[in-house]
Design a protein around this ligand. Structure first.
Ligand code: GDP
Ligand code: IMO
Ligand code: MG
Length: 427
């Protein structure tokens, strides 16, 4: 069965964009199933670099149909500007399909995201400020605005008024902000209708038919397993389900149709925003990882927090996603260390713990137990096969595979499409 899920196994920014682009040439559909323009997926093709936020990375592969599924939250202004930015660079975006059931991020959602963070002060999540949390909250509260609503003015007016009646009280009375006029929001949203109409369809029907016809469908996750609202480091998470099950609900495809689940795994660990991070480094090694790995956010430009590889997290990602494969990225960044620490377990209140603790308190107290693996100094960016890697780099990969619980089927040795060692074929 030709449906694959590709998702982040850590806290996001593992290299999902590159991995999706690599497979893009061989798949018929690439589908975003959750999140929104909080994502920042980098794709490097030759000397061209693209940063995609809302559009699936498959949009850069001419034979591939990009799909934004029902589980995504869509900021229409961002979508249109991303499309026109790609058009200006000669990318054909006309095949895009957009679910009429996807929820819209409106100006009041972005405002609420920012004021809520300010109000939280020290306890803030460190969101991307793109309105993601408030839009998903409205969806669950059944006061959201969906893509299809902008094609019916009277319904749109009623829904925006209903949503704003309540929100304006909060904005004015709690946050001391000016109320937002419903008419203005309605007018803005109606202005997108003609531009978006050509893309909108029943994506669930299209995708299920495609799978039944034997077409290859790739579901591209945003964020990562530890940012999942159910399975991540709650409350320091995003507001959607990047984990494998999210592909089913976020695209309307049953779990029996999914044949493979690929976890994208960085050879070390990074995190953006607040929240626990047991292997985080505050010394020059952390700074070195940040500099060599160019660990700066694609969406917000914030420096990423950096640390050593955490096998407890990787094992957890294998478990909650049912991973069949890993795609290990950024192995090249680790070149030059004499020894590389890898976290194999945690110590929590004096006890060794092998699995991710379900209790938030325990996770906050988790101290990494490190095993030292020998490093390598040879440049590996030109390696094409596993055998081309220095012995110690091979041993590092094999050790990570052993600890993480699923085969490593590809290895990234640079940002470019061809800077990849393919071990097992994904298709
Ligand atoms: P995503 O959000 O998971 O798509 O990842 P990001 O694009 O936010 O961050 C990953 C960064 O690492 C990007 O700048 C990629 O170009 C880069 N990258 C991906 N794979 C590799 C790799 O194997 N080696 C190196 N050096 N860079 C990589
Ligand atoms: P990609 O797809 C890394 C983080 C934010 C914050 C938390 C909640 O590029 O891997 P949100 O705006 O979603 O409400 O913020 O989630 N976050 C990401 N971190 N990569 C991402 O996406 C992220 N998207 C959200 O930094 O901590
Ligand atoms: Mg990213």
């Amino acid at each position: 069965m030709p449906a694959l899920v590709l998702l982040g196994a850590q806290w996001g920014d593992e290299g999902k964009g590159k991995a999706t682009d690599l497979l893009g040439g061989s798949v018929d559909y690439v589908v975003r199933y959750q999140g929104g323009n909080n994502a920042g997926h980098t794709v490097v093709v030759g000397d061209q670099k693209y940063a995609l936020h809302l559009l699936p990375s498959g949009i850069l592969s001419p034979g591939c149909t990009p799909v934004i599924g029902n589980g995504v939250v869509v900021d229409p202004a961002v979508l249109l500007s991303e499309l026109s930015g790609l058009n200006e660079r000669g990318v054909d975006t006309s095949k895009l399909l957009l679910s009429g059931n996807a929820h819209l991020i409106t100006p009041y959602h972005t405002t609420l995201d920012k004021v809520t963070e300010r109000f939280l002060g020290k306890r803030k999540i460190g969101t991307t400020g793109r309105g993601i949390g408030p839009t998903y909250a409205d969806k669950i509260n059944r006061v959201g605005i969906r893509v299809q609503d902008i094609f019916d003015e009277s319904i749109l007016q009623q829904k925006v008024e209903a949503a704003l009646d309540f929100k304006n009280q909060i904005l004015a009375k709690l946050y001391n902000r000016r109320a937002i006029a419903a008419d203005q929001v309605v007018e803005e949203l109606l202005g997108y209708a003609d531009k978006l109409r050509p893309f909108v369809c029943d994506t669930t029907l299209v995708l299920n038919n495609a799978i039944d016809e034997g077409k290859v469908v790739l579901f591209e996750g945003g964020q990562g397993t530890l940012l999942d609202v159910d399975h991540g480091t709650y409350p320091f998470v995003t507001s959607s389900n990047p984990t494998a099950g999210g592909a089913c609900t976020g695209a309307g495809v049953g779990p029996t149709k999914i044949s493979r689940v690929i976890g994208i795994l960085k050879a070390y660990t990074t995190r953006v925003g607040a929240g626990p991070f047991p292997t985080e480094l505050f010394d020059e090694d952390g700074e070195k990882l940040r500099t060599i790995g160019h660990e700066r956010g694609v969406t917000t430009g914030r420096d990423r927090r950096c640390g050593w590889f955490d096998a407890v997290i990787a094992r957890y990602a294998t478990r909650v996603n049912g991973l069949t494969d890993f795609f290990l990225t950024k192995l090249d960044v680790l070149t030059g260390w004499e020894q590389i620490p890898v976290c194999v377990a945690y110590e929590i209140d004096g006890k060794r713990v092998e699995e991710l603790p379900y209790s938030q308190t325990d996770f906050h107290h988790a101290k990494p137990v490190y095993e030292m693996l020998p490093g390598w100094s040879e440049d590996i960016s030109k390696a094409k096969t596993f055998a081309d890697l220095p012995k110690n780099a091979q041993a590092y990969v094999k050790a990570l595979e052993e600890m993480s619980g699923a085969p490593i089927s590809a290895i990234g040795v640079g940002p470019g499409r061809d800077e990849t060692i393919e071990i097992n074929s994904f298709l």
